[in-house]
Design a protein around this ligand. Sequence first.
Ligand code: NAD
Length: 430
Amino acid sequence: MAQPTNAFQMAQRQFDGVSEIMNLDPEVSQMLRWPTREYKFQIPVRMDDGSLQVFFGYRIQHNDARGPAKGGIRFHSSETIDTVRALALWMTWKTAVADIPLGGAKGGVAVDSAGLSRFEKERLCRGFVNQIFRNIGPRLDIPAPDVGTTPQMMGWMMDQYAKLTGGEYTPSAITGKPVGGGGSLGRREATGFGVVYTVREALRHLGIDPQKATAAIQGFGNVAQHAALGFTELLGGKVHCVSYWDRSDQAGYTVSCSGDGIDVAFLQSITDTYGAIDKDKALEAGYKVEDANAWLSKDVDILIPSALEAQINAESVQQISEKVRVLAEGANGPTTPEADEVLKERGVFVIPDFLCNAGGVIVSYFEGVQNDMNYYWSKEEVLERLDQKLTTAFQGVLEITEGDGLYTREAAYVLAIGRVVEAMELRGWI
Ligand code: NAD
């Protein structure tokens, strides 16, 4: 079979496999393997030096049968329409598997936001909303942050949306806003802690004591940092390494420390806002700095890829240690279908991305709910509700995995696609 060459082909291939298992109508499959709506637009931005730079933005709404489309906006130098399409598809399955009343969308701009000044970033964010405000909104499509975007940027986007739509305060048009600016407590921790709640359930299912468990993490941004914190503080396990991308060297590195594992708070203190660790300070503190892929071959119980897509592929999967029992996909699409086949054969328990990292969108949904009520929950309440939602979702997937003898990713798809198709039927779309 031809190898998928990009994330969208990978997402479609995963969908096609499950559509066959579910015996879906070919017409329904055709509808679901493509986004419903795609917007591509120019964003002209006046730079600080007076020049005009034109960026390209995308907003892709895959499916909104179960509720308003929902998904982050990425600012990443290698963003393409196909990455955004893939991520939009995965958002539909994510909101469905988590059973929150939303659909799936994604946005992106091909830009390295770390290279922009504060005011250039603000103009780019407002420019993005200028182009798309007619097609988003609390009952249409609700953007949020993702790789390269921050809560502050969501604050600017929400403000621009309000300005362009008559000035009414509409905080639930955009989620992931700063706390105090309409954001929810617990949103920062949500994805990483959510990863850890699903890991806890997987370890329970496999009979592994979390306090004796070890993990290797790819990335050290929002998801990875909170997965590392949650794994050590909530479960009592040890994290042997994390990794990051160094912009000045244009190279990735793994920062490791076996034995007692890394000191998450210390590494956070020497990490910038883009998830890059200060290599010299890490070396000074006695950490080992290895190549980008070293995290993958560690003798640990759990791997938690939390950086970018297609990191575990036909070649790199061969480097995974025999000791690994669980792959918890913090990132979106970190495993290619070829690597999936190998993991399936080896009996690695895979917690698929759209279940594992659904914590962020679940708390985004809670944020919108709190915005609409104009009443805000404590962080404990948010995280408790998140744990309940994810644990229920995990158990639903596990039931199908065991009942139908399916691979976990297929089981999660069966649950999610079933819910989306049911909503399409109930609305009379099919
Ligand atoms: P982030 O920008 O905060 O962090 C990304 C991290 O990955 C950084 O540490 C960066 O240095 C590292 N990285 C980038 N390229 C790398 C490479 N080639 N090798 C090694 N490290 C590399 O992003 P994030 O919000 O933590 O998101 C990480 C992943 O999780 C993405 O796939 C994102 O789509 C997914 N995700 C994020 C959320 C969320 O709430 N933030 C929710 C669901 C899924």
